[in-house]
Design a protein around this ligand. Structure first.
Ligand SMILES: N[C@@H](CCC(=O)N[C@@H](CS)C(=O)NCC(=O)O)C(=O)O
Length: 283
């Protein structure tokens, strides 16, 4: 039997390549590792991203804005392949010093505005175009409550549950139990809320739905971590109802494809520069 006990040394030392999936991109320091400028296309909005749940939040919003007729939301989406270290280029670090996708540059301002953190990007675009965010003070506050709920909660789902259930080199009962408990509690929060609300903020579809769906919708639709049975996701009936309603939206179907280079739940599309790109597939 493996001895899983560990006595921390006085000073932690970095041990590269610990065997976990994605271990090769982790390091304990920030900043650029190489000089490389970001590409820039013809539109004002330049997105550098990948179709992970955090990336999909933004591309879903951009596609919803275009679907709603907001022509100025046209954008170029460049692939930032985090497995190949693109997030550590000097250009990317200038757009996001935290070296995580998604990162947005808005060239319609002088100087161009950088926007990082997916929640900040959603707020920025919703406020810039005055769409998918409530207009009343009470409505906006409730919308931002749920937006920030997602930003605070999803690390327990992705970095906690997903990491130890799906990606860690070995299965350890203690962290899996701890994070499963928390993820099921979060699903229950959503389920109770959606029992009496059509969308996260009530009657109107908003950036709160777009933030929460790629993580928690993906989970109950069986697209994350192969954990649907383990988490008994079908018991969260209201979350499943909401997740399916969002999944059926044309803009959502497009948004999840942008910068997609892996997974078989939707066709791939490494870059997006116009609506015509959806007619082609990279593989
Ligand atoms: N809180 C950030 C999290 C972003 C994030 O964790 N992005 C991951 C992909 S989902 C990433 O870029 N990881 C690259 C790395 O850790 O080096 C946000 O919501 O924008």
């Amino acid at each position: 039997m493996t001895d899983n006990t560990y006595t921390p040394p006085a000073v932690w030392q970095w041990n590269p390549g610990n065997g976990g999936k994605f271990a090769n991109i982790n390091r304990p320091t920030a900043g650029a590792t190489h000089e490389q400028a970001l590409p820039t296309g013809e539109h004002a909005l330049q997105l550098y991203s990948l179709a992970t749940p955090n990336g999909q939040k933004v591309t879903i919003l951009l596609e919803e804005l275009l679907e709603a007729g907001v022509a100025d939301a046209e954008y170029d989406a460049w692939l930032a392949n985090i497995l190949e270290g693109d997030q550590f280029s000097s250009g990317f670090v200038a757009a996001n010093p935290n070296s995580k996708i998604p990162a947005l540059m808005d060239h319609s301002t002088n100087p161009p505005q950088r926007v990082f953190e997916s929640g900040s990007i959603l707020m920025y675009l919703a406020e810039k175009f005055d769409r998918f965010v409530p207009t009343t003070a009470a409505g906006r506050t409730e919308c931002f409550n749920w937006l920030f709920w997602q930003m605070g909660s999803a690390p327990f789902l992705g970095g906690g549950f997903g990491h130890f259930y799906a990606y860690a080199p070995e299965k350890y009962e203690y962290p899996i139990n701890r994070f499963t408990m928390e993820v099921k509690r979060q699903l229950d929060v959503l389920d109770q809320h959606l029992a009496t609300n059509q969308w996260i903020c009530g009657d109107d579809y908003s950036i709160a739905d777009m933030a929460i769906w790629p993580w928690y919708g993906g989970l109950v639709l069986g697209r994350l971590y192969n954990a649907a049975e383990f988490l008994d996701v079908s018991s969260y009936t209201h979350v499943v109802r909401w997740a399916k309603a969002m999944d059926a939206r044309p803009a959502v179907k497009r948004g999840v494809r942008v910068n997609k280079i892996w997974g078989d739940d939707a066709p791939h599309m490494a870059e997006r520069h116009s609506a015509a790109d959806f007619d082609q597939s990279d593989d």
